[in-house]
Design a binder for this molecule. Structure first.
Ligand code: PPS
Length: 477
């Protein structure tokens, strides 16, 4: 750029008395000017970036110190009052009711602040791990990532509680609902990109988890999961099989429908307890034939699981038409809903209706077998659902170790809610319990039937213990 000498300026027009003049500014080296301007813009951008950077860091650090402080207060309060449970639990349940849905309600809690916050050098040291040891905050981009871990089931064993409890950990991100990518063809055919878009945003280093309990019992799922990620970590939560079946029945009945396979009758005589155990293959063939029925039942939470009579009956009719099952008259959903668990689980001749869906899902060994044909045992962790109810922390510690993440979920994150009868979660922004569809009151079941079913399951359970290499100690009568 150069200034022209004064002589280069001349009056505009003929009237020299006017002072108007033209200043001509020329750029002698345009390329250099462009470079100069670019450098200016870049430094301007960097200045703003650093300012923004440090502002966000200060906010995060303040929040984390606050959270840490709050947790230590809560811990000391609970230690001193050793559970002011009844009053706090009722207020907590009110808070939970207000929270309306599941534990977290989808809001970010302080634990889910970016995990790269620099620790504060004080006694209030942040509990957030320092991923980047430098003195300034780094901003790794968030993106939607395919899950690195799956809760594959089992339905009614505490899959929702497990996911919400895991979400307490800052390294965990969860898919909000059940995606049913691998078990529903209409979703699977949409491809992995569709699935990825169903995942939450996560930071690098966080683990995304999805849960769809029907994955466990759907035959095509293990191969499909392996095709996506052969080293994925699998979480399987199980519960004492008879209790699980009763829970399943309770849920189905509460939706005014009850699961009974139309082909159940064909397996009635001599196929129940005391008869020769069916092979996993033959049992599985039956389940496979009833797969549509399973989908009609749904396997997720809440209303999705409602079995509409027409849909179930339609599936049964189609199967009958293509000859996959004995064409038996199908009772209406209302008739089924009116039946007791005892009637559905045990035939009048005293044998166990092993094709009754709530029972066949509880035959864990049969389903697990297929998973272990595809995945090595070390890639699967069996979580004890009964223990998760009584002592969630013990199970969460195992899972943290299995997932290779530091122990971050602490007893301060839980409190026992007397009203609900379950542990609820303590977030920085409030206490949350699972909604009322979790922890329903089970109907009274004749102890003779319970004992009969436990005997029936004893051998199946042994096979399951052998597969997982652990005895879960479920009662045998
Ligand atoms: N903390 C806490 N709060 C409430 N409920 C808890 C909790 N921990 C485990 N459970 C048990 O979870 C059972 C429901 O299991 P799922 O979430 O797998 O059900 S579903 O398949 O998704 O419908 C549910 O079964 P039911 O008691 O039969 O309703 C609970 O026993």
């Amino acid at each position: 750029m150069s200034w022209l000498p004064k002589s280069a300026m001349r009056p505009v027009g003929t009237d020299a008395s006017h002072t108007d003049c033209i200043l001509v500014v020329g750029v002698s080296r345009p390329k250099l000017a462009v470079v100069f301007l670019t450098v200016m813009l870049i430094s301007l951008f960097l200045t703003f970036h650093v300012l923004y950077d440090s502002a966000v860091y200060n906010i995060q650090a303040a929040q984390a110190v606050h959270e840490r402080h709050r947790l230590s207060l809560a811990a000391s309060a609970s230690a001193s009052s050793s559970f002011s449970s009844s009053s706090s639990s009722s207020s907590s349940s009110a808070a939970a009711a207000a929270a309306a849905s599941s534990f977290a309600g989808g809001t970010l809690n302080a634990n889910h602040l970016p995990v790269f916050v620099k620790p504060v050098a004080s006694s209030n040291q942040l509990s957030h791990p320092m991923v980047f040891p430098s003195s300034r905050v780094h901003f790794p981009k968030t993106s939607r990532r395919l899950p690195q871990a799956l809760i594959i089931g089992v339905r009614k064993c505490g899959t929702r509680a497990l996911l919400e409890m895991l979400y307490l950990h800052p390294r965990i991100q969860k898919a909000g609902g059940e995606v049913h990518f691998f078990d529903r063809d209409e979703n699977y055919l949409k491809g992995l990109d569709w699935y990825r878009k169903k995942m939450p945003h996560s930071f690098r280093g966080q683990i995304t988890i999805e849960k769809s309990p029907s994955y466990f019992v759907s035959p095509e799922v293990p191969e499909r999961v392996r095709a996506m990620n052969a080293s994925i970590k699998l979480l399987l939560i199980v519960r004492e099989p008879v209790t699980r079946a009763i829970s399943d029945y309770t849920q189905l009945r509460s939706h005014a429908a009850t699961a009974i396979l139309p082909l159940a009758e064909s397996s009635a005589p001599g196929s129940g307890y005391g008869a020769k155990l069916p092979t996993p293959k033959s049992l599985y063939a039956k389940l496979h034939a009833a797969h549509e029925y399973d989908n009609a039942l749904g396997s997720g939470a809440g209303a999705k699981e409602t079995l509409t009579g027409s849909r179930a009956l339609g599936a049964a009719a189609r199967r009958a038409a293509i000859g996959t099952t004995t064409p038996t008259p199908t009772p209406s959903a209302a008739q089924l809903a009116a039946k007791s668990f005892e009637e559905l689980a045990i035939f009048p001749n005293g044998t166990v209706n092993e094709a009754y869906r709530p029972l066949s899902i509880s035959m864990y060994h049969m389903h697990l077998h297929r998973w272990l044909e595809v995945f090595p045992r070390e890639q699967l962790l069996v979580v004890n659902g009964d223990r998760l109810i009584e002592d969630p922390l013990s199970q969460l510690k195992r899972i943290e170790a299995f997932l290779g993440i530091e122990h971050r979920v602490r007893s301060e994150h839980f409190y026992f809610n007397e009203t609900k009868g379950f542990y609820c979660l303590r977030y920085d922004n409030g206490d949350r319990c699972l909604r009322e569809t979790k922890g329903r009151k089970h109907p009274h079941v004749d102890p003779v039937v319970v004992s009969r079913l436990r005997k029936f399951f004893a051998e199946y359970n042994q096979r399951f213990y052998e597969l997982v290499g652990e005895d879960l100690g479920w009662p045998e009568e």
